[in-house]
Design a protein around this ligand. Structure first.
Ligand code: G6Q
Length: 556
């Protein structure tokens, strides 16, 4: 919980961001470069396409199609230095309580620390605990996958349903979809998050309770949506298994930090997989929250994913900033957000298995950096986290890309692609990748009126067919979507969020806006459900909506 007194942090002595010399230098530099076209930048510096690239932890980044010069990069790196990025990274890795509003360490990096390493929080090395939970998860996953774990009636488990929301859902869903190729196809996986009963009803409508195991994933084990769904799951399971309370132990396991609430629900705490308050929800897919992932793809693949995360952690911690992928991506984001005034970033994975990756990144980026005050509570006088959105390619090309190409908003894009496909099928993959390269080229260079005219376009149509270009993009290329690559990709964005949060001097690790949502509905629920007309004390709009709902609602 937040303390009423302000925490003492070294950041209080830091002067406001926009008064820093690197910021001012960037502003001056921006004024000189804002109108320069990527066509000109490439014409003047034909080798930038080879030079402005970085290989890091096995991921390749081409950042040459950004509206930058070597000077821009130098100034952005200077900004990172002035804001003490290196020291902040070390503080995170050392387990310092950098989540100052909740007085917590921020140690998702410990979740993938190799056995034998040491990260100390409150005097204790947490790495052995992490590995003990991983071993417990592994034993459980093996039992379910082999059929040794039986349901109440003796049937083997064939369906696994993760119930959770936010950080306890988006990571597991994204990872399951991303790694489906590696999953055990004899098992069915579903994910229930929404308190809308349709989510649960549709997830179980064709399943046999005797073959269905629920993983209730909730850090707090008090979240309204998750607990409502968990109780409905319990009712559904019990109804299908003859009402024997003993069946709960065979059909429910929990992932939580709250053992007393887990026990209250009726789950044997021997079947509880623990994690810790130093893991934020949106940073938890590689903790026990990833139990469904491990059951789906097996312990070996899960550990390979952790290794991928760790490789990117090491890259982030040790690579010089000018060759550091998360740092460069983070700083380029600052460049567009704060200097060009771009409000959004499009994430465009050209890989069907990454179809939930943009949704996952939305939480990671926007919950982390959607903040309006600095670490010491001062209102920011600059923009913080932009809006992230996206869809897998090539689908987006047939809808919203129009606006990216010819609209009036500047939308920097991250294209993500793989040189190998997991499903070789005729010429599909070459076509897919041709689209990635063609899009980044078209966005950068566009099509001039002269080019359009030379194609025989009538004069009146020319303006409509002109592409201004100068739309920036990053291209991230990896060899193949493996569990390890997925870990690297997620860690890449985790650390780029960290880089940006450091520059903006905000706390990327609390989420008071989410906490508010958890409390708000509680007051209205009884007003909707009371048999007696309640005395309403909201504004006239809310009062009226509640009354209308009560009048029109036809209870079953
Ligand atoms: C993540 C957020 C939030 C959280 C959910 C679920 O960083 O805190 O999305 O993960 O609200 O919370 P529980 O896991 O406690 O149910």
């Amino acid at each position: 919980m937040a303390s009423a007194t302000r925490p003492a942090t070294e950041t209080r002595s830091i002067s406001p961001l926009i008064q820093r010399s690197a910021w001012k230098a960037l502003k001056t530099h921006f004024d000189s470069i804002r109108e320069v076209h990527l066509r000109e930048l490439f014409a003047k510096d034909p080798s930038r396409g080879e030079r402005m690239t970085v290989d890091g932890a096995g991921l390749f980044l081409d950042y040459s199609k950004n509206r930058i010069t070597g000077d821009t990069v130098k100034l952005l790196l200077q900004l990172a230095e002035e804001l003490g990025l290196a020291a902040r990274i070390e503080a995170m890795f050392r387990g310092e309580k950098i989540n100052v509003t909740e007085k917590r360490a921020v140690l998702h990096i410990a979740l993938r620390a190799p056995k034998g390493s040491s990260i100390v929080v409150d005097g204790a090395n947490v790495v052995p605990e992490v590995h003990a939970v991983l071993d417990k998860m592994e034993a459980f996953a093996d039992r379910v996958r082999s059929g040794e774990w039986k349901g109440h009636t003796g049937k083997r488990i064939r369906n696994i349903i993760n119930i959770g929301i936010g950080g306890s859902d988006l990571g597991p869903v994204m990872a399951y979809e991303a790694l489906r190729h590696y999953s055990d196809r004899s098992l069915t996986f579903r994910f229930v998050s929404n308190v809308d009963g349709t989510d649960f009803a549709e997830a179980v409508q064709d399943l046999d309770p005797a073959e269905t195991l629920f993983i209730i994933s909730s850090k707090t084990f008090t979240t309204l949506e998750t607990m409502t769904n968990a109780h409905s799951a319990r009712d559904w399971s019990l109804a299908g298994l003859g009402g024997d309370e003993k069946s709960v132990a065979k059909h429910f396991v929990a992932v939580s930090t709250n053992s007393s609430e887990v026990a209250k629900f009726g789950i044997d705490t021997a079947n509880m997989f623990e994690f810790w308050d130093w893991v934020g929800g949106r940073y938890s897919m590689d903790s026990a929250i990833g139990l469904s992932t491990m059951v789906a793809v097996g312990p070996e693949n899960f550990r390979a994913m952790l290794d991928g995360f760790h490789q990117m952690d090491e890259h982030f911690r040790t690579a010089p900033f000018e060759r550091n992928l998360p740092v460069l991506i983070g700083l380029l984001g600052i460049w567009y957000n704060n200097f060009f005034g771009a409000h959004t970033v499009a994430v465009l994975p050209y890989e069907q298995y990454l179809k939930r990756f943009p949704a996952y990144l939305q939480q990671l980026t926007m919950e982390s950096n959607g903040k309006h005050v600095t670490l010491d509570g001062a209102h920011v006088d600059y923009a913080t986290g932009p809006i992230y959105w996206g869809e897998p390619g090539t689908n987006g090309q047939h809808s919203f890309y129009q606006l990216i190409h010819q609209g009036t908003n500047l939308i920097p894009c991250d294209f993500i692609a793989f040189t190998e496909t997991l499903n070789e099928l005729g010429r599909h993959h070459d076509m897919l990748i041709a689209n990635v390269f063609a899009q980044t080229e078209a966005l950068a260079f566009g099509k001039t009126a002269e080019q359009v005219k030379s194609e025989g376009t009538p004069d009146w149509l020319v303006p409509h067919r002109v592409f201004e270009g100068n739309r920036p993009s990053n291209t991230i290329l990896a060899d193949r979507l493996t569990p390890q690559t997925l870990g690297k990709l997620v860690a890449l964005y985790e650390h780029s969020v960290f880089t940006q949060g450091t520059i903006w001097q905000i706390n990327s690790f609390d989420q008071w806006g989410v906490e508010l949502g958890k409390a708000l509905a509680q007051r209205i629920i009884p007003e909707l459900e009371n048999a007696v007309e309640p005395a309403l004390k909201h504004d006239s709009s809310t009062n009226n909506l509640i009354r209308r709902y009560r009048q029109r609602r036809q209870k079953p």
